[in-house]
Design a protein around this ligand. Sequence first.
Ligand SMILES: [Fe+2]
Length: 233
Amino acid sequence: MKMTRLLRKMLLLLFLGGTSVLSYGQQNEMIIITQQPLPYGYNELEPIISAETLILHYGKHLKSYIDNVNKIIKDDTEKYGTNLESIVKNSTGKLYNNAAQAWNHNFYFDTFSPKDKAQHKPSGNLAEAIDHQWGNFDRFKKSFAQVANDIFGSGWVWLVKKNNGSLEILGESNAGNILKDEDVTPLLGIDVWEHAYYIDYQNRRAEHINALWDIIDWKKVEERYNAALNNGK
Ligand SMILES: [Fe+2]
């Protein structure tokens, strides 16, 4: 059983490792949206998220969303704009679903750092805001996990800053994207689609969410929070 999994992982690494994303840009001239680089190596989040999961999630799922956006908008950039944020805000249906998923995943993948490099707790302004809202960081984590675990089926859980200064945890189904809500700034977004955890945790979503605290990099979350403050939001 272990050999089968190892062999499958090796084949995936050979097939995807460093080739599929790069070759996409060389073969398709209709690129409007490009896939941003993964900010860590495929195996650097192990054992919390395996290389096998990352290779499929980043190399197949995210790539597919971006490919679909490029196929659908083609010459309609005047209508939708040329970046994911404007496409999400101006689209509906299949284009919205793919653009929203692409934007969500870019945000999600840029949330983690390897365990030995991640800042494991918020500090400064954000730590104060979390303590003010939930009492302490552990109580925030419990509330966040509860929303994540309560989402029925596929979706996303978000920590957002509202323009009135308060923080809130929001659950969204499927490709739910919060960019359309001008009243909130996303700070942290976690994917609870099964493809994000099923290889490593099977149906144990709560265990997966609990493990993620070791690789969520609060330095990145804080940068988003402070940028919102500086922008008057
Ligand atoms: Fe995903």
